[in-house]
Design a protein around this ligand. Structure first.
Ligand code: ZN
Length: 381
């Protein structure tokens, strides 16, 4: 039994000052004011800091500058120490099918041994995305026709651990709806996202009608085909904004490079507090920034061409940057960094402080400086 005392508790709709959370057998068994602390309980004194649900990073290629697929144990541990009690290691569409299968295998083996307790499943950027909108675009192993015999072994290897498949709708419904059907068969709770795409809005709408619910790093790596150079055509961004049911992932870096702070505020206004998902998109490409002001951008990742390729953020950094750029409250920031990603990906056992939910918690100040992390009711940092 773990008792977290003197907590400023973060619930989805309010704060509860000077509260207690009791955790037993990996779940939250009680919380609130006037909760009696059993004599034999281990005590964690939050000293008036915020205690919110553990952060959930559904889109991340690495942590601590280590790829999840090179060293899942060290990278998962690093993410955990920075507040991510659930991570979805993310595959990228520069990999061949064989490489994807090998990478999935590395992570699943570590998981079977119980070495990566914050592993929640896989997010896959690909295989069917638009090669014109991605880093590392010189390799395009999935360009051309969508072939069942090519993708099926990857779907089968990931099995129920596949949580999100991102795709580019312009590849066409005829080609990709069968892929979605097969993906659902292999992983019934899987979600679909639109990303690395230059689809027109109507094409995205068609996929939303077929169950697409997430926008991969909203506003990044998407383009649109303009019918006339003077005019703006509606594309992925507009479709995501118009369809209320779609969750928008946001990469909030310190200087607002991935998403301009004005656009963060605009997206928050349009999508509302329940449809934003903070992600790190952390990556460890070894390229150098070609921009002159690169010294400023310590939290960004660049590919060998010097092109922007994800971030070096932690989830705690992402929360702090979102809070600063948008003016959102701590309550709303925890919605975007825990409750919403859990809901979006059907992780119904976590992402909220409630009796019976997984005892994954973080203790932090008003700028998301972490002082403790709790996973399955155990203090891990
Ligand atoms: Zn991406």
């Amino acid at each position: 039994m773990l008792a977290i005392i003197h907590a400023e508790l973060v619930l989805p709709d309010r704060l509860v000052p000077d509260a207690t959370v009791l955790c037993d057998n990996g779940v939250i068994v009680d919380y609130g004011k006037d909760v009696a602390v059993p004599k034999d309980a281990e005590i964690l004194d939050a000293e008036g800091l915020y205690v919110g649900p553990g952060l959930i990073d559904i889109h991340c290629h690495s942590a601590g500058n280590i790829s999840y697929f090179d060293d899942p144990v060290t990278s998962c541990r690093s993410a955990l120490e920075h507040g991510a009690t659930t991570v979805f290691p993310t595959l990228y569409f520069n990999l061949t099918g064989e490489e994807m299968i090998r990478d999935i295998d590395v992570v699943l083996k570590a998981n079977e041994k119980g070495l990566i307790p914050n592993f929640g499943g896989f997010y896959t950027e690909g295989p069917y995305m638009n090669e014109n909108h991605g880093a590392d675009r010189h390799t395009a192993p999935w360009a051309g026709e969508v072939l069942r015999e090519k993708y099926l072994p990857v779907l089968e290897k990931a099995g129920e651990w596949a949580r999100v498949w991102a795709l580019a709708p312009e590849k066409g419904a005829d080609a990709l709806f069968p892929f979605m059907e097969d993906a659902r068969r292999c992983s019934p709770k899987v979600c679909f996202a639109v990303g690395h795409s230059e689809a027109e809005a109507w094409q995205v709408d068609e996929f939303i009608e077929n169950g697409l619910t997430i926008a991969t790093h909203h506003t990044d790596a998407v383009g649109y085909l303009s019918k006339y150079p003077e005019c703006r055509t509606s594309g992925v961004v507009e479709a995501v904004q118009r369809n209320d049911e779609v969750y928008a992932e946001l990469i909030c870096d310190e200087h607002g490079v991935h998403v301009d702070p004005y656009v963060i505020r605009l997206t928050r206004k349009i999508k509302g507090k329940d449809k934003l998902i903070l992600i790190t998109d952390a990556a460890c490409f070894a390229g150098a920034c070609i921009r002159e002001d690169r010294k400023k951008y310590r939290d960004l990742s660049f590919d060998f061409n010097g092109e922007l390729a994800g971030s070096k953020l932690t989830m705690a950094d992402a929360c702090r940057n979102f809070l600063i750029h948008s003016g959102a409250s701590v309550v709303e920031t925890f919605l975007a960094a825990s409750t919403n990603p859990a809901k979006a990906t059907h992780l119904t056992d976590r992402g909220i402080i409630r009796k019976g939910k997984k005892a994954d918690l973080v203790v932090c100040d008003d700028m998301f400086r972490l002082s403790a992390v709790v996973l399955n009711g155990k203090v891990v940092k």
